[in-house]
Write a protein that binds this ligand. Structure first.
Ligand code: UDP
Length: 313
């Protein structure tokens, strides 16, 4: 297959592109490198896959046949999308529309990376796909949440009105190698802080929860969805729910660090709890995550340590 991965130089996109290339697909990466990193795709470029630098909300041009379009183009860390609110809205709306047009004109399947943020601060727990969510439409996070909700609506309209073969996945918090240590997300911050021996910054009282999925598991779910004819939306995430205090102690245990915790203000509209109901993914895609939090954090720390060792040598 020839697959276009928008956002393919980013954390998730580059892992997806690697997995597609490893099974023999020809990959075309589109990325504006605003949060992506060319270093993530060096091996793909060396193997002859194409990387086109540009913003998909401005232009999408791909020559030749296209069998599958994967839309992972968006800032995803809260500090980043809060810094670039207009760009986040643009890529979620116009970027998604241009990529849907690419799929339509090539008769390709379209995979939309949506998010657990469509559930906002959820009143139903764990979150099944049938829950419509609790999003503040004028709060700071709305630039991401509403862009992704609009992206789902647009994807559905292309399916029902124009007959495009679409699949929507709602991705919950994911971590692993290539997570940008400076992106401000909780795993990036805690692991970096623990490895530096500086205090771990816990926002609020640390009792809010997240459910963290290791990137290899998530990518297996994305590929299962891409290869299926499921329309979704289907949740992809690891239901192993932890408080941020629990996460902090896991990170301290894995790194062997004796860093303290410091408590900082909770950002506005920070969801209180989040945990995917993955019954649908299991039933329809035969998918479930396999990597435990301890194993995944260990793999991430090993990766970061090897990067440091390379820098030092
Ligand atoms: N968080 C934290 N310390 C940090 C960064 C984040 O306690 O240094 C909290 C944040 O308030 C949220 C959770 O960790 O409750 C997950 O935040 P993240 O930015 O990773 O992603 P989100 O799930 O909110 O999109």
């Amino acid at each position: 297959m020839r697959v276009v991965v928008a956002g393919g130089a980013g954390f998730l996109g580059s892992h997806l592109a690697d997995a597609l290339a490893a099974r023999g697909d020809d990959v075309v990466i589109l990325d504006d490198l605003s949060s992506g990193n060319l270093a993530n795709v060096t091996a793909l470029v060396e193997a002859g896959h194409e990387v086109k630098i540009g913003d998909v909300s401005e232009q999408v041009e791909v020559e030749g046949k296209v069998d599958l379009v994967c839309n992972l183009a968006s800032p995803a860390s809260p500090p980043f999308y809060l810094e670039f609110p207009l760009e986040t809205l643009a890529v979620g709306s116009e970027g998604t529309r241009r990529l849907l047009e690419l799929a339509r004109t090539h008769d390709a399947r379209f995979l939309q990376a949506s998010t657990s943020e469509v559930y906002g601060d959820p009143a139903v727990h764990p979150q099944p796909e049938t829950y419509w969510g609790n999003v503040n439409p004028v709060g700071p996070r709305s630039v991401y949440d509403e862009a992704k909700r609009f992206g789902e609506a647009l994807t559905m309209a292309y399916a029902t009105k124009l007959g495009v073969n679409v699949g929507i996945v709602r991705i919950f918090n994911t971590y692993g190698p290539r997570l940008d240590p400076g992106d401000g997300r909780v795993v990036s911050n805690f692991v970096r802080q623990a490895m530096e021996g500086s205090p771990l910054t816990v926002y609020g009282d640390g009792m809010q929860t997240r459910s963290l999925c290791y990137v290899d598991d998530l990518v297996a779910g994305l590929i299962a969805m891409a290869d299926s004819n499921e329309q979704g939306p289907i949740n992809l995430g690891n239901p192993d729910e932890r408080t941020m205090l629990e996460l902090a102690s896991e990170v301290l245990a894995v790194t062997g660090s004796s860093s303290d915790l410091v408590f900082e203000p909770l950002p506005q509209d920070d969801p209180t709890r989040r945990c995917p109901d993955i019954s649908l993914a299991t039933a329809r895609l035969n998918w479930a995550p396999r990597v435990s939090l301890r194993e995944g954090l260990t793999a991430l720390v090993d990766y970061l340590s090897s990067l440091k060792a390379d820098e030092g040598s």
